[in-house]
Structures are given as structure tokens and as C-alpha cells.
Design a protein around this ligand. Structure first.
Ligand code: NAP
Length: 490
């Protein structure tokens, strides 16, 4: 194991090696090795918690619930503001930890920290606006009153592709609503979660309010988080197949559930689009995090009149994306999370080539290391090829030509997913028509990057349910309670 001081951090205490339960760091007998996907080097060892520690964390969250929910929204906001400030003050270190365990380029990692922290800041304020209603009743002697209350203990499971922000997005809304929180981060990327716990402690967030359990028993720990009777709400970000399993487990105790699952985002370039802007948007939307985001462009549809122009300009842009260790200057595309992920992407690419897709760029593993895949552009792709049917989760752009609006909307909607979609056009009639007919939870119109704390993030169809961010995101952590006040005529 590296000495923490070798990792190039200003504050080596941000590397924590134990689960954080009820305000304490919990060691376990066995350990997990966290490695850097760029080179396989060990970054740190972390205690391998399991079912028992997960139950302890749920108990801690239950124990802290009365105290936390009884605080005023202002008090909670003050503590969350401290947490936000500490995250931003430590943005460089948190970004470095994120790149070391996850691989993305350092500038992107720091961007993720700021994005995650922004949810904590935004929800701290929004928590002050949990309004109810007074409704005139059906008879003069009654009033209907609606209040909103925290759901209770929230359990979360998060993926490796955004080790900071996927936790921040959930915890921010939960804590602002007055809920307490237990998260099990992905086994490959626990360090960002533990650094957040360290900062939560320094911020004065009371013991038991924010708990992190790290362990490789995904199924066993997942069963506790989805079936424990004291967990009122379960929130998950990850793949659709795992989400379905967890959803069915939640049915045993009828939990309130939010699911942020997989995507297959279309990116449509109409002939009336600003082509340079479309190229820029597609590059950002496709290649950040080496293509490993749920809202990454998965299929690029280009209208025939501008196909050649777009493809040339886009390919020229992709050629400039430097690949390498995310800590190195100028690198845009870091490693993928594992060699299995590289092989999975390559299989989709090779199977599509076998079905007639043409390689314009890449389509192979990169000599930078076993976890690197070259930025790839494929043309002459059809909507039924493996790269179009599946969530690629890698740096691969399949380009599909189309003739007209009707045809492209049908192709774009021809998937079980419905998370994000993007299109570039200038005609206002077309913009409304297409935006309304795309069956997706989020639509970027002349924009390739769309997520922020003020906007509702989430999908339809098999991309999930519930929203994160915005006033709607807070509602996901609140119960509506109806009070019937009678006897007013006495
Ligand atoms: P994944 O395999 O579903 O894993 C996500 C999390 O679930 C990890 O913490 C994993 O633990 C855990 N897990 C796996 N099997 C489990 C089980 N049987 N019981 C309980 N927990 C279990 O997904 P991934 O490959 O890490 O992440 C990529 C997927 O996430 C993509 O499909 C992507 O689109 C989606 N995603 C969606 C959003 C969104 O907001 N919609 C955002 C980011 C990512 P281990 O780490 O131990 O395997």
C-alpha cells in the first residue's frame, strides 16, 4: 500500500481506510485493494465491511433520525453549507483522489467535485422551502391541511463512474429533507465516498446522519439496504439489470424507491443545425469520462444533407483527444474502469463491423495500457447493430444517417431506455415537435451537457424513476401527510 503522503495530496487525512458508521471509523478483518485503473498500482487498502456493518449503519441512521429531522431547515442548511465549503476548499485533493481511483482526467474529476458540491449547496437552501397547503374542505366546519415530512432512513447504492457526485446528488436532497443516510459506494471507488465522510464529520454533520459502508459483498449488503424494515427509502444509481433486482427486493417492505439506471442517448443533428456547435456538443457529450456516463451520447444520427460535413469535422475533433493517465497534463480520455469494460466495448464494436459498420477512427485497444480503448468513430451504422442497441459505456461514436424527422424520431425512440437525448436544430417548429416526441426524461436542445443542481435529472421507461436535483428531487425524500381539522363550528 502507498503511504498516503505519496499520493500528492495537500491533506492526506482525506484518504480514509474504514467504513464511517455513527460518526466512527470501523475496521474489519479483511481488506479491499483500491487500484488506479491507469496503471494497476494500488492507491490504498480499505477495510472490507459486510452485512453486520451495514446493519450497524442502518441502526445508526435510525438512531439519528429523530434528532436530525427535528432540526430546523436553517440549522440543517448551516451544516450542509459547511460541508459544501469544505468540499470546495478541498476540490483539488478530492479531484486527485477521484482520478486515482476512477481514472477520469483530473480537470473532469475536479469538475465532478464542484458539480457534486453544488447539489449540497442548492438543496441546503431548497430545504427551507418545504411548503405545505391549506385546502378549503367540502364542509364549512373542516379544513384540509397538507404537510411534508422526511421519508425517514434513506439507503443508497452508487456506481463507480461518478464516485463523488452520485452520492452527493442523493445525500444532499435526503439530508436537506431531514432524512438520515447510509450509502454503499461501488467497490472499485470507495475513497471519494470516505473523503466525503471525513469532510461531513469536519463540517459538524452529527453522528449517524451520513454513513458510508464499504465492502465487496454487493448482494449481501444490498439485501440489508433494500429489505431492512427501518429503511424507508432506497435510491440506486447503476445498471438496469441490477436496478431491477434491487427494485424487486424493495417490494418485500414496500419501500419508496428512486432508480437512476442505464441509457442509450440519441444525439440528432438536423440539416438546419449549427454544425460547429453540434460537433462541439457531441464531443463533450460522448467522450467525457471515456464514454462511461449514463447520459453519454450512444448513437449519433445525422441528416443526409450534412452527413459528410458533420462526420469530417467531428472526426477531426475526436483525433485531437489525447488519451492517457488522467493525472497527466492535456489528457482528455483516461482509462476505462477495467480490462473487462474494454473487452465488452471492443466486442460491441467488432460485432458491428462484422455487420457492415465502417471504421473511421480507432476501433481497437490502445497501447497506453490494458484499460485503454481508442477514441472510435464508426460510420454506416444502422440502428439494429450491437453498438446502437446496447449502452456502449465507452469512447465509441456510431454515426447513423437519416432522411427525415419522422424516421429519426422512430429510430431514436426504438430502445427500452429513456434517460437523455440531444438534438441540434434551429427551426422553432421542429424544436418543439422533436422535444415533445422524444421519449426521454431529459432533452438537450443545442446543448451537449445538461445536468445541474437546479434541473430535474432522471429517466423514463427502463432508465428508471424519480428525479435528482431541483424541487422535484426534494419531493423524492418527502412524504405528503394530510391532516383533517374538524370541529371548527363549535
Ligand atoms: P452496476 O453493475 O449496476 O453497479 C452499480 C452498483 O450496484 C455498484 O455499487 C455495485 O457494487 C452494486 N451492485 C451490483 N450488483 C449488486 C447486487 N446484486 N446487489 C446490490 N448491489 C449490487 O453498474 P455499473 O456498471 O457500476 O455502472 C454503470 C451503470 O450505471 C450504467 O448502466 C450507467 O448507465 C448507470 N448509471 C446511471 C446513472 C443515472 O443517473 N441514471 C448515473 C451513472 C451511471 P460493486 O461495485 O460491488 O459491483
Amino acid at each position: 500500500m502507498k503511504n498516503h503522503s505519496d499520493l500528492g495530496l495537500e491533506d492526506s487525512q482525506l484518504i480514509q481506510n474504514f467504513s464511517y458508521i455513527n460518526g466512527h471509523w470501523h475496521s474489519s478483518e479483511s481488506q479491499i485493494s483500491v487500484t488506479n485503473p491507469a496503471n494497476g498500482n494500488e492507491v490504498a487498502k480499505v477495510s472490507n465491511a459486510g452485512v453486520i456493518e451495514t446493519e450497524l449503519a442502518v441502526n445508526a441512521a435510525k438512531g439519528a433520525l429523530k434528532m436530525w429531522s427535528a432540526k430546523s431547515a436553517n440549522e440543517r442548511a448551516g451544516l450542509m453549507r459547511n460541508w459544501f465549503n469544505l468540499m470546495m476548499q478541498n476540490q483539488d485533493d478530492l479531484g486527485r483522489i477521484l482520478t486515482l481511483e476512477q481514472g477520469k482526467a483530473l480537470s473532469e474529476a475536479k469538475g465532478e467535485v464542484a458539480y457534486g458540491a453544488a447539489f449540497i449547496e442548492w438543496f441546503a437552501e431548497e430545504g427551507k422551502r418545504v411548503y405545505g397547503d391549506t385546502i378549503p374542505g367540502p364542509s364549512g366546519d373542516k379544513r384540509i391541511i397538507v404537510i411534508k415530512q422526511p421519508v425517514g432512513v434513506v439507503a443508497a447504492i452508487t456506481p463507480w463512474n461518478f464516485p463523488n457526485a452520485m452520492i452527493a446528488r442523493k445525500a444532499a436532497a435526503a439530508l436537506a429533507a431531514g432524512c438520515t443516510f447510509v450509502v454503499r459506494p461501488a467497490t472499485q471507488t470507495p475513497l471519494s465516498a470516505l473523503a466525503m465522510a471525513e469532510l461531513a464529520q469536519r463540517a459538524g454533520i452529527p453522528a449517524g446522519v451520513f454513513n458510508v459502508v464499504v465492502g465487496d459483498d454487493a448482494s449481501g449488503m444490498g439485501k440489508v439496504l433494500t429489505q431492512h424494515p427501518d429503511v424507508a427509502k432506497f435510491t440506486f444509481t447503476g445498471s438496469t439489470p441490477v436496478g431491477k433486482t434491487l427494485l424487486s427486493q424493495c417490494a418485500t417492505t414496500v419501500k419508496k424507491v428512486s432508480m437512476e439506471l442505464g441509457g442509450n442517448a440519441p444525439f440528432i443533428v438536423f440539416a438546419d443545425a449549427d454544425i460547429d456547435a453540434a460537433v462541439e456538443g457531441a464531443l463533450l457529450s460522448k467522450y467525457r469520462n471515456a464514454g462511461q456516463t449514463c447520459v453519454c451520447t450512444n448513437r449519433i444520427f445525422v441528416q443526409n444533407e450534412v452527413l459528410e460535413q458533420f462526420t469530417e469535422k467531428f472526426t477531426a475533433g475526436v483525433e485531437k483527444l489525447a488519451i492517457g493517465n488522467g493525472l497527466d497534463d492535456g489528457v482528455i480520455i483516461g482509462p476505462m474502469i477495467s480490462s473487462k469494460a474494454v473487452n465488452d466495448v471492443d466486442k460491441l464494436v467488432q460485432a458491428s463491423i462484422a455487420q457492415g459498420a465502417k471504421v473511421i477512427l480507432g476501433a481497437k485497444k490502445d497501447p497506453a495500457g490494458e484499460n485503454f480503448y481508442q477514441a472510435t468513430v464508426l460510420s454506416q451504422v444502422s440502428n439494429d447493430m450491437p453498438v446502437a442497441k446496447n449502452e456502449i459505456f465507452g469512447p465509441v461514436s456510431p454515426i447513423i444517417a437519416f432522411d427525415n424527422e419522422e424516421e429519426v424520431i422512430a429510430m431514436a425512440n426504438d430502445t427500452e431506455f429513456g434517460l437523455a437525448a440531444y438534438f441540434y436544430a434551429r427551426d422553432i417548429g421542429r424544436i418543439w415537435r422533436v422535444a415533445e416526441r422524444l421519449e426521454y426524461g431529459m432533452i438537450g436542445i443545442n446543448e451537449g451537457i445538461i445536468s445541474n443542481a437546479a434541473a430535474p435529472f432522471g429517466g423514463v421507461k427502463q432508465s428508471g424513476s424519480g428525479r435528482e436535483g431541483s424541487k422535484y428531487g426534494l419531493d423524492d425524500y418527502l412524504e405528503i401527510k394530510y391532516l383533517c381539522l374538524g370541529g371548527l363550528d363549535k
